[in-house]
Design a protein around this ligand. Structure first.
Ligand SMILES: [Zn+2]
Length: 397
């Protein structure tokens, strides 16, 4: 084991001084994310934005530290003995956050291993780190203190930034349509009902009615959760701006947002408030359910999946030409209003990802074209019945 040494240093100005060099200890975090039945690979391998603090001061990244903490993958830090090591996670790790340090430990003579288990259900408010035992670690051969802790909904709420009206005003573009601006402000002032009406300045007389569905995942995992005050205010304001502005430009008059911020389901995008789901859009004449599950026999009968498309889809893997024919038929029946809305989102600098029943695009700013949604298990299948947008916000994905 490494021991603390006493060394003697001499400078020209001072007498020889005994300086105690503190031993370095290894602090390892292991996040067992998605510790519930049927967790997805996105959940078990969850990528969490983080910063490390020593005695409350955020540390510069050291070579070898990962870009994100990854679920079920060890993350080790070297820290001098006697240093309090803590983590800032999720949006609380970003500049302007850093209000809620978690999983703090102070190594003394031993290394430290902290296992954090992410569980669903209503749990105690504060993430408590408990010392379970001390033993020689099989991997490192060093004497190690083993701690355990929980990550639950209340913790996610603490480490997820809640935006004020002023912060929203500062984040949305300066040239934002004034009707959209006041609608966004009303969300962060906290709505009294789950609906907001946007009275656009341009074009005049265009109104967009936005309805928010209740948040089951947040409600069942956070004490006293209220979606209007605790959920909608954790949406990155640019997400609302992107959806409202695309609706304004495409002529969408109704929009149903089914999920926004939520703690214990899916990717980091929703947990960081930069993911938003829409399952229905409409205008004066049409109401479009964004669902194409019918293509694989698991959705309602809707006009945008023709019998001919179902046949062409079944044959689409046979050749490039067969695939082209399937895509042409899919395109022929795609509702024009949705196509226009999606194109606005695709062109928006504020959007990073678009997943919908027709197309999948994990980076809307790269050269690669969106991929037709073939409903393959995983991300494509998940988006057979709604549109997901991820906001282009630095430091999260
Ligand atoms: Zn989503």
């Amino acid at each position: 084991m490494q021991q603390a040494d006493a060394v003697t240093r001499t400078t020209q100005e001072t007498e020889p001084t005994a300086v105690r060099i503190r031993a370095q200890r290894t602090v390892t975090y292991f996040f067992q994310t998605g510790a519930w039945p049927d967790s997805s690979s996105t959940e078990t391998g969850l990528k969490i934005p983080y910063e490390v603090a020593f005695n409350g001061t955020v540390q510069r990244r050291v070579e070898g530290w990962p870009k994100r903490i990854v679920g079920r993958t060890r993350f080790s830090i070297r820290a001098p003995e006697g240093t309090e090591v803590s983590l800032y996670l999720n949006t609380d790790s970003l500049p302007g956050g850093r209000q809620f340090p978690v999983y703090s430990v102070t190594p003394q003579h031993n290394d430290i291993y902290v296992k954090v288990t992410e569980r669903r259900g209503i749990q105690a408010a504060r993430p408590v780190v408990t010392l379970d035992r001390s033993a020689v670690d099989k991997t490192t051969g060093a004497m190690t203190d083993y701690y355990s802790a929980l990550l639950h909904g209340d913790t996610w709420a603490s480490i997820s930034r809640k935006y004020t009206e002023q912060e929203a005003a500062d984040l949305i573009p300066a040239d934002c349509d004034s009707g959209i601006r006041s609608a966004i402000m009303s969300v962060y002032r906290v709505l009294t009902q789950p609906t907001v009406i946007v009275n656009c300045a341009t074009p005049q007389d265009r109104t967009i009615t936005i309805t928010f569905s209740d948040a089951d995942n947040a409600r069942s995992n956070i004490r006293n959760f209220d979606n209007l005050s605790d959920g909608l205010t954790r949406i990155h304001p640019i997400g609302l701006f992107a959806l409202m502005d695309a609706a304004r430009l495409a002529g969408v008059e109704t929009l149903n947002i089914t999920s926004c911020w939520r703690p214990l389901l899916g990717s980091i995008a929703h947990r960081a408030g930069i993911g938003l789901d829409v399952n229905r859009i409409g205008d004066a004449t049409d109401s479009i359910r964004l669902n194409r599950g019918e293509l694989i026999g698991s959705g309602p009968d809707l006009p945008w999946v023709s019998e001919r498309e179902r046949q062409l889809f079944r044959a689409s893997r046979q050749s490039a030409e067969a695939r082209r024919r399937w895509i042409a038929e899919m395109e022929a029946n795609r509702p024009a209003l949705f196509a226009a809305f999606r194109q606005q989102l695709q062109d928006s600098p504020h959007v990073q990802q678009l997943f919908d029943p027709w197309y999948i695009d994990s980076n809307t700013h790269d050269a690669a074209a969106p991929t037709p949604n073939d409903m393959a298990p995983g991300n494509a299948n998940t988006h057979k019945d709604h549109l997901h947008i991820t906001v282009n916000a630095p430091g999260i994905l």
